[in-house]
Design a protein around this ligand. Structure first.
Ligand code: ATR
Length: 274
């Protein structure tokens, strides 16, 4: 039977096997989808072994998204702009790579949360793999301006350059965010909450009466940023669980040709997280 998997490190707490199994049950498709732990050194060989054993599709998560991009024979244009791949599809003897993170975020924001992104100013915090994964889709969703701020400014400049939309995607110094005005959407794509758990401190001037704050992390890792968002008076704030489910649905569709409903799976994960 066709096999599917998610590769990452760590991977034990990944929700992806649960999500893909639930989609499969709902759609009447039998799914063999496992979590495979691999270090950066092991990743390429683990993926080859998986293919040799009947693997035809995979998700890739931290820290392998850039390595997966490099391993693919072909990639979608959104994966190219992100420089990262989270969805692999076997084509003959090669891997084809896509990145569904950005469309997953946009679907969560516009579908589940009813946001209209068109004409909005968006602040993206962070310039690592997570930020690069979502930036192209945000621009494609018709936002007015994407301001990228990162602790290490050179990485924000590099991300903005990779978008090649001068004027619409711009970088800003984290220390000078106060000068950037306010935003309808603030996205935390840093790993700060995952690593040090320290409190977020951002200028209150970033927030207006419409501001939504979203953390691409979920669970404990999203707590510091969402605590800031709440204290700052953001109208709406939520973690990346919805994005996780939406990007998974997008991957499922590419592998199995049907788009699964996501509401039930999302509700189930929310309940477990509560
Ligand atoms: P991911 O794949 O999750 O994006 P990454 O590529 O390692 O992981 O990127 C981590 C991001 O979080 C980077 O933007 C990083 O900023 P630097 O480029 O300056 O390292 C950001 N980050 C990590 N810890 C942070 C902290 N304590 N404060 C602010 N930004 C932080």
């Amino acid at each position: 039977a066709a096999r599917y998997a998610v590769f990452g490190q760590p991977i034990a707490h990944s929700q992806s096997p649960r999500i893909q199994a639930a989609f499969g049950r709902a759609e009447g498709i039998e799914i063999d989808y496992r979590a495979i732990e691999a270090s950066p050194q092991e990743f390429a060989a683990a993926l080859e072994a998986f293919a040799a054993g009947g693997g035809v599709g995979a998700n890739v998560t931290l820290p392998h998204k850039e390595a997966a991009f490099a391993l693919c024979a072909t990639t979608t244009s959104r994966a190219q702009r992100a420089g990262a791949v989270n969805t692999l599809l076997r084509k003959g003897t090669r891997w084809h790579g896509d990145n569904t993170d950005g469309i997953g975020l946009v679907r969560d924001l516009t579908g589940r949360h009813g946001l209209d992104l068109r004409g909005r100013r968006v602040l993206l915090l962070g310039a690592g793999g997570a930020a690069r994964g979502v930036a192209p889709a945000l621009l494609d969703a018709g936002i007015l301006e994407l301001v990228v701020a990162n602790r290490t400014p050179e990485r924000a400049d590099a991300l903005v350059d990779a978008m090649s939309e001068p004027g619409r995607a711009i970088s800003a110094y984290w220390e000078a965010l106060r000068e950037q005005g306010d935003f309808e959407l603030i996205i935390n794509a840093t790993s700060a909450g995952r690593s040090d758990g320290a409190a977020f401190s951002l200028p209150l001037s970033l927030v207006n009466s419409l501001t939504t704050a979203v953390d691409l992390n979920y669970g404990e890792a999203a707590i510091p940023f969402l605590a800031w968002a709440r204290a700052a008076g953001c109208r709406n704030y939520f973690d990346g669980l919805g994005m996780l489910v939406e990007q998974a649905a997008e991957s499922f569709q590419q592998w199995h040709g049907v788009r699964p409903g996501t509401d039930e799976v999302y509700a189930g994960l929310r309940e477990r997280a509560a």
